[in-house]
Write a protein that binds this ligand. Structure first.
Ligand SMILES: Nc1ncnc2c1ncn2[C@@H]1O[C@H](COP(=O)(O)OP(=O)(O)OP(=O)(O)O)[C@@H](O)[C@H]1O
Length: 988
């Protein structure tokens, strides 16, 4: 395929590579390279980089142009793209070497102006350390006016954008100006601009302030709020490490991320940004992780490069009505300096790299993130959300490190482009669940019993990956162990358990029957429910005593433990409360919807209306319209539910589905009329069917020759989870009877074990087999196990990058062997070792019709390859075998080659990056000679001329073979040229 065809065919992937970081840096670097190489003219450049236009549009314009320019430009474009993607960009050369090469080129053949163009890529990097000096030199030499200098320096530009602007201006100033720039860069680099930062010596007052801040932070972070209503548990005693992953795959980082990695350089995708995002589903432990980070810093146990750490809670910032300056924000919201305020603030301004801010729960802020309003001056007052947005994007206090947490739904592209990296918190691993339960219960017999019942109920084990659910399960262990066969399966089951636990803890059951408890506590539930319901869609999570009184909430209600006192907002005079977790507020809102007779008839359908929070105008569609006018005042602009509220409304809807399920309806029999309940059930069922129907209708018709494929839309997984909460086979069957696709794509959808349980519950009712693509989620071994009920309907399963180990594979294969349809699997980038290959060998033997096995980028060695070879000998249908990025070596390659030697089915084999060497290549030559193979990938394999010669000889016997890839092997340029002449099917 020509480079031009590739640019067309891989347009989506190329767009992704250019835009997925959300920053225009990749695109701009690529433009630098294309300009420098003369592939683009300045006119092209300006037609692509249109200020204010969406990044995707700019990137599309580039792809169109490159394609029109023809194959040569496309070829250069593709190779330049490889260079500028951060992981492959590292040249290993020192800045001085770079300057030298820039200057060399300049002196040898070009004018200075030409050098600025041809070396643009390196100059953009080098100028970043000396923008001010270069501008000064241009000003002094009369090439620039001070107005032009100011325009380059505008703080709204990132340093690399400033460098590009400078170069763009110099272009129109002639060769002399270009020489000034080159001289300035050279001087700067010769004098060593990368000196380590000067040693900071803070004043006594600063040190006192530091101590005050850390001791107040230490006191605040000691205890967890979920335990506040019932008992005090110190964070230190209960903290269990959750799973942290980089959102942008970072090759080479195989170890788990630690606390220091959050702020460290690992996984940085945008060097110009200072904000790290920790994203994670509700209850995945984001706040607790930050709390731990605060505690470690305050106790001097971690992050000691930071002199000060300022913690903010977006929930609490919502209550700030005043306009504040940054100084006021820091000192009034975090810690007040007893003396020398100005001096301390000046120190912060002078040493931004030594300061860390954390913002917990950006999704809870009333305003959605926007970077439209810029503020640069630290003394200027502004509404708090404007300060926060400007701090995050670095217009204010550039250089200060920020760690922000949010649920993924609330993170839009405007925020992403200001992130230096994103880490995903996916909750507890199976071993963390074990360790949490043991920490929670010091009595080992109790802990063992709880863990035993989790092992016996894998749906519940899946739920426990969410720390908040793990906490509830541990808390309600008596109920759990006493419930026999009816042990919890759904999120609603777990929340009902804690409801019963807290209510009966306060007042043991009066009536004899087990189902009477909701009726006995109905008044309390309704009062708390109305408070939750009225507040959940107005982003109100903190309640004053007056607020509670207004809703008739009594002291006894508070004593149930569902409300806890707000940590840093409660003074001696007035107390503030919040639900012990956001999900608890949603649960009470759902109880109110189900149990209250005062609820508007249309509220259920309004709650369930499926929406795409960014695109659909929500005015009047959420149940805000049935609220009293006072609470509507707190809605987003124009009375719309903001993206911030949507996830909580969705959680509420999930609970409504669960509470109205057949298995729980009996509980409410004595609380409200049966006919009302039935009406509500019908409404929920109708809404779910309508919601899914809308998704199915949006599936595009397939292009001829391609499969009909559905990409999950926002809300699809949520609807499936609601159906799961209903636990009625009939509803799941009805829903799936209308889905007719060949391929279901749910990549990057935050699918963990809980979602897998729901998916399998529903998808098992599909009428025709599908390809299920779950790449880049957090399925894990428990998720794999949860998927088993729908494996019979999957003809292919894609689980790339999902944290799966050999144990997950063992379970998957045990079931897969029995599923006739199941014939393809892709497990690229998981945690597989040789221990899984015996299971694949077993699969290949037991299922001689298996078609495709892709195990790239795992930890498989020669031993694993030998086991696979054992299975391959008995298989006569395998077409695709991928082991890219393992380490099978020459012995592994020889074992595979001998097993595949006479294969009549093999079409594609990839052993890229396996160290197969010439001995391996020599063995693989037999595969070329005798089989139907059409593509063989052997790049990055230390193959020398001897090995390549064997491949060339073998190719003479195979006319089917389209290409043998041999990039990056041990061959000289001359050898490559000579071999290309002899055998054009070799690709170097
Ligand atoms: N690492 C952990 N160790 C022990 N318990 C934890 C941990 N993470 C979370 N928990 C428990 O789960 C509860 C909920 O966690 P947390 O509030 O941190 O989740 P979150 O992701 O911030 O939720 P939200 O999205 O609603 O803000 C905590 O109060 C605590 O009881």
């Amino acid at each position: 395929m020509s480079a031009q065809e590739l640019v067309l065919k891989q347009r989506t992937e190329l767009l992704d590579a250019l835009c997925s970081s959300g920053s225009s840096e990749t695109l701009e670097k690529l433009l630098d390279a294309l300009l420098a190489h003369g592939e683009l003219t300045w006119e092209d450049y300006h037609s692509i980089l249109v200020p204010g236009r969406a990044l995707y549009k700019n990137a599309r314009q580039l792809l169109d142009l490159v394609h029109v320019k023809g194959s040569d430009t496309c070829r250069f474009f593709l190779s330049a793209l490889k260079q500028v993607v951060p992981e492959v960009q590292e040249t290993g050369r020192s800045p001085t070497q770079c300057v030298a090469s820039v200057m060399d080129t300049g002196e040898r053949q070009c004018t200075s102006a030409q050098t600025l163009l041809t070396q643009r890529l390196s100059l953009v990097n080098m100028l970043q350390g000396c923008i001010d000096d270069t501008l000064e030199a241009l000003l002094v030499s009369g090439h620039f006016t001070s107005g032009e200098c100011d325009e380059v320096r505008l703080p709204t530009y990132t340093p690399s954008q400033q460098a590009r602007r400078l170069l763009n201006y110099v272009r129109s100033k002639g060769d002399a100006a270009a020489t000034v720039v080159l001289n300035s860069v050279q001087q700067r680099h010769e004098s060593g601009c990368n000196l380590t930062p000067e040693k900071v010596t803070p004043s006594n007052e600063f040190v006192k302030y530091q101590k005050k801040l850390s001791s107040s932070l230490s006191a605040q972070s000691c205890f967890l709020s979920t335990y506040g209503g019932t008992s005090h548990v110190s964070l230190e005693d209960i903290y269990t490490k959750g799973q942290l992953e980089l959102v942008h795959n970072c090759p080479g980082i195989k170890r788990p991320l630690g606390m220091e990695d959050i702020v460290g350089p690992v996984g940085t995708v945008n060097q110009d940004a200072d904000t790290v995002l920790i994203s994670g589903e509700v209850g995945s432990g984001k706040s607790t992780l930050l709390q731990r980070l605060h505690l470690l810093w305050a106790r001097g146990a971690a992050l000691q490069d930071f002199l000060l750490l300022f913690p903010f809670s977006c929930r609490r910032l919502n209550a700030e009505q005043r306009e504040l300056s940054v100084q006021e924000l820091l000192f009034q919201h975090c810690c007040w300096p007893d003396r020398e305020q100005e001096e301390i603030f000046q120190f912060i301004l002078d040493h931004p790299q030594g300061i860390l801010f954390t913002f917990d729960g950006l999704d809870e802020l009333k305003q959605s993130f926007s970077d439209e309003y810029r503020l640069c001056c630290p003394t200027q007052q502004a509404p708090v959300h404007i300060l926060l947005f400007n701090l995050i994007q670095g217009s204010l206090l550039k250089g200060v490190k920020k760690v922000v947490t949010s649920r993924p739904e609330a993170v839009g592209p405007s925020l992403k482009k200001h992130l230096c990296k994103e880490v995903l918190l996916t909750g507890f691993s199976p071993s963390a669940i074990d360790s949490f339960v043991r920490k929670h219960h010091t009595d080992p017999t109790v802990a063992a019993k709880i863990l035993g019942s989790l092992q016996a109920n894998t749906a519940l084990l899946g739920l426990c990956h969410s720390p908040v659910l793990c906490w509830i399960v541990s808390q309600c262990y008596k109920e759990l162990l006493g419930c026999g066969d009816g042990s919890p399966q759904t999120i609603t089951d777990v929340y009902l358990m804690i409801l019963q636990h807290f209510l009966q803890h306060q007042r043991p059951l009066q009536k004899a029957t087990a189902l009477a408890w909701p009726q006995e506590h109905l008044e309390t539930v309704l009062r708390l429910g109305q408070l939750a319901f009225d507040s959940v869609q107005t982003t109100c999570y903190v309640f004053s005593s007056a607020h509670l009184q207004m809703h008739g909430v009594t002291e006894d209600d508070v004593r149930t433990g569902f409300l806890v006192q707000s940590k840093d907002m409660s003074s001696t005079y007035s107390k503030y409360y919040e639900f012990l977790h956001m999900t608890m507020q949603c649960f009470f809102a759902a109880l109110y919807i189900v149990l209250s007779g005062n609820i508007d008839r249309s509220s259920i359908s309004k709650l369930f209306e499926t929406w795409d929070s960014k695109e659909t105008d929500l005015k009047g569609t959420c149940f805000g319209v049935c609220l009293p006018p006072t609470s509507q005042q707190e809605q987003g602009p124009n009375g719309k539910a903001t993206a911030t509220e949507t996830p909580n409304l969705q959680i509420t809807a999930t609970f409504v589905s669960g509470l109205l399920s057949l298995r729980h309806r009996n509980l409410w029999r004595h609380c409200c009329p049966g006919a009302t309940l039935e009406r509500k059930v019908k409404q929920v069922e109708k809404c779910l069917a309508k919601g899914l129907q809308k998704h199915f209708k949006s599936i595009p018709q397939p292009v001829p020759g391609e499969k009909k494929s559905m990409h999950a839309m926002p809300g699809f997984v949520w609807l499936i989870k609601c159906i799961y909460e209903m636990q009625e086979c009939r509803i799941a069957k009805d829903a799936m009877s209308k889905l007719e696709v060949d391929h279901l794509k749910l990549t990057y959808c935050n699918i963990g074990p809980v979602e897998c349980t729901a998916l399998a519950y529903v998808l098992q009712h599909l009428r025709n087999p599908v390809g299920l693509q779950l790449d880049n989620n957090s399925v894990g071994d428990v998720g794999v196990e949860q998927l088993l009920p729908c494996l019979h309907i999957c003809n292919s399963l894609y689980l790339r990058n999902n944290n799966i180990t050999d144990e997950g594979i063992r379970r998957l294969i045990a079931k897969g062997i029995q599923c006739e349809n199941f014939r393809k699997i892709a497990l690229f980038n998981n945690r597989l070792t040789d221990a899984c290959t015996q299971h694949f060998a077993h699969l290949l033997k037991a299922r001689p019709d298996f078609l495709s096995l892709r195990l790239g980028n795992n930890n498989i060695t020669a031993e694993g390859a030998r086991q696979l070879a054992d299975g391959l000998k008995c298989n006569h249908s395998l077409q695709y075998l991928g082991l890219w990025g393992n380490s099978i070596g020459d012995e592994g390659a020889q074992a595979l080659a001998s097993a595949l030697e006479n294969s009549k089915s093999l079409v594609w084999l990839s052993l890229v990056g396996n160290g197969v060497g010439s001995a391996g290549a020599c063995a693989l030559a037999n595969v070329i000679k005798n089989t139907s193979v059409q593509e063989l990938w052997l790049s990055d394999n230390r193959i020398t001329r001897a090995g390549a010669e064997h491949l060339i000889q073998a190719l003479q016997h195979n006319t089917n073979m389209k290409s043998v890839w041999l990039k990056n092997n041990d061959l000289t340029l001359e050898e490559v040229e000579e071999m290309t002449q002899r055998e054009p099917r070799l690709t170097f």
